[in-house]
Design a protein around this ligand. Structure first.
Ligand SMILES: Nc1ncnc2c1ncn2[C@@H]1O[C@H](COP(=O)(O)OP(=O)(O)OP(=O)(O)O)[C@@H](O)[C@H]1O
Ligand SMILES: [Mg+2]
Length: 474
């Protein structure tokens, strides 16, 4: 378990705030996409309205032969009704102009040609108005009511700009209101469906991790049938598994401690008994002479058993300390300790290449080889095999280095096969503790490797598979 502890984020700082922010951002983005065309059409309508008044005025101009003859009052009223400074009417190469009594001479004229009304031009025109300097003069050009006539209006752009700004403000307020209402609605929905249950799960996990031996912290799953429901049920199952596993482990650890204590005392008592038995063996009585060796070996066995149980408790805790080790020599040493070197009947063949050097814990890996070789010797000694032999071979590929320890003995008895690698369970041999293979596997796995029993019809072969990364390059 890692020591650091996660803290549940506040109501508005975790998942929920991200959700609200995303919803609002998406809605505002959509609003902008909708806003631009609608602003463009607002401007187009506005300009069209002005143009229509201009067209009516133009019809008056068309009706009179001489515009100059019209009374000033009338032309001024025409112009004011269109909101224009000047109206130009062109037809068949001729043009007529009326303008206000005191016309302002424009220096910055921008033209809005209503005969060109595609969406892109309208949108660009609208954006241009919004960001323009306020004092421009607008020239609206459009079709008159007769086929080849053309009407032009000149006016200040300011009223158009003000109307467009007011319209934009309205749209902005409405958009924000829509975004806020939608975000709140979606947030409430998501909270109910998603955020609240996830917070409950998170809270439960944090609490349970702090005190996994407290069964009341195991989550009560809701009857939901969706993914969250599955997560809740799975979490509940996992937590109760963990709870019982921890409890079991604690009991085992307590038991182990007790066994170690008893074992320790037992070994000491046995050692005293051994000293006594050694003295008894020196007595001259023929009966004693007959029984003493059996007593000595029985005591030896018992002490060996007690010792290996003690060792198991001690050694499995230490992580391996890696250093370069010549494997051929390590195998030779292990074979010597396993009393295979110079054995009267068993022949030993160590095929490990002299050049193979691995980064391993020599003492621990030596123990693995010793256990495998000792098992092979014990199996061969117990069975009557013609030409008993033990061999160690090495196979290498890109990812792994495999050391195989094989013998031509009787193979594994079914009892040993069923509990292979299980401490205290695997032994099928009189006087065996059933620890050898369990320890060997543990050490191998601590080195990042695997210990496997090879499947073969004759004899026994154990494969000690180590990662190639352990190889030391010469
Ligand atoms: N090479 C082998 N051939 C036949 N049987 C084997 C071989 N290696 C192991 N076994 C069987 O597997 C059992 C378990 O082996 P393991 O080394 O774990 O325990 P053990 O040898 O009984 O006791 P320990 O090694 O702790 O003294 C042995 O009792 C033996 O029956
Ligand atoms: Mg053994």
């Amino acid at each position: 378990m890692t020591a650091e502890r996660s803290v549940l984020p506040g109501r508005f700082s975790g998942l929920s705030i991200k959700l609200i922010a995303t919803i609002i951002a998406v809605i505002l983005l959509v609003e902008v996409v909708v806003y631009l065309p609608s602003l463009a059409s607002f401007r187009a309508n506005w300009l069209d309205d002005r143009l229509r008044v201009g067209v009516v005025a133009a019809r008056v101009l068309d009706a009179v032969p001489d515009v100059m003859a019209l009374p000033r009052e009338l032309t001024d009223r025409l112009l004011t009704s269109a909101g224009a400074n000047a109206i130009v009417y062109r037809r068949q190469g001729q043009s007529q102009l009326i303008e206000l009594a005191s016309p302002v001479r424009p220096d910055l004229v921008v033209t809005a040609d209503m005969r060109q009304a595609d969406l892109m031009t309208l949108i660009l025109g609208a954006i241009d108005v919004l960001f323009a300097t306020p004092d421009r003069t607008l020239r609206i050009v459009g079709q008159g009511d007769l086929d080849d006539s053309l009407v032009e209006l000149l006016m200040s752009e300011r009223p158009l700009r003000q109307d467009m700004l007011a319209y934009s403000r309205q749209i902005g307020i409405v958009s924000l209101a829509i975004a806020a209402v939608t975000a709140v609605a979606l947030y409430l929905l998501a909270s109910y469906l998603f955020i609240y249950p996830v917070r409950r799960l998170t809270q439960n996990m944090l609490a349970f991790r702090q005190a996994p031996e407290n069964a009341s912290l195991i989550i009560t799953p809701s009857p939901r049938r969706d993914e969250i429901g599955i997560v809740e049920r799975e979490l509940a199952a996992m937590e109760s598994d963990l709870f019982s596993m921890l409890r079991q482990r604690r009991h085992l650890a307590d038991l182990g401690l007790a066994v170690a204590k008893i074992n320790h005392d037992l070994r000491n008592t046995l050692t005293s008994a051994q000293l006594l038995s050694d003295q008894v063996a020196t007595l001259d009585d023929p009966k004693v002479q007959r029984l003493a060796p059996r007593l000595v070996t029985t005591l030896d066995k018992a002490i060996g058993f007690a010792q290996s149980v003690l060792d198991y408790g001690r050694e499995t805790a230490a992580p391996p300390v890696m250093a370069p080790v010549a494997m051929a020599a390590l195998v030779d040493d292990a074979a010597f300790e396993a009393r295979l070197v110079g054995h009267p009947t068993i022949t030993l063949a160590n095929h490990t290449p002299e050049t193979l050097v691995l980064n391993v814990d020599a003492a621990q890996l030596g123990r693995v080889l010793l256990n495998l070789l000792k098992n092979a010797r014990e199996a061969l000694e117990a069975a009557s095999v013609a030409a008993p032999a033990v061999s160690v071979t090495v196979a290498e590929d890109a990812d792994t280095i495999t050391l195989s320890v094989s013998d031509n003995g009787p193979g594994l008895p079914p009892r040993a096969r069923a509990n292979l690698f299980v401490a205290f369970e695997g032994s099928a041999r009189a006087g065996g503790t059933g620890l050898g293979l369990a320890i060997a596997r543990e050490i191998t796995e601590a080195h990042g490797g695997r210990l496997l029993l090879a499947d073969q019809p004759q004899g026994t072969r154990f494969d000690l598979i180590l990662p190639a990364a352990l190889r030391v390059q010469p």
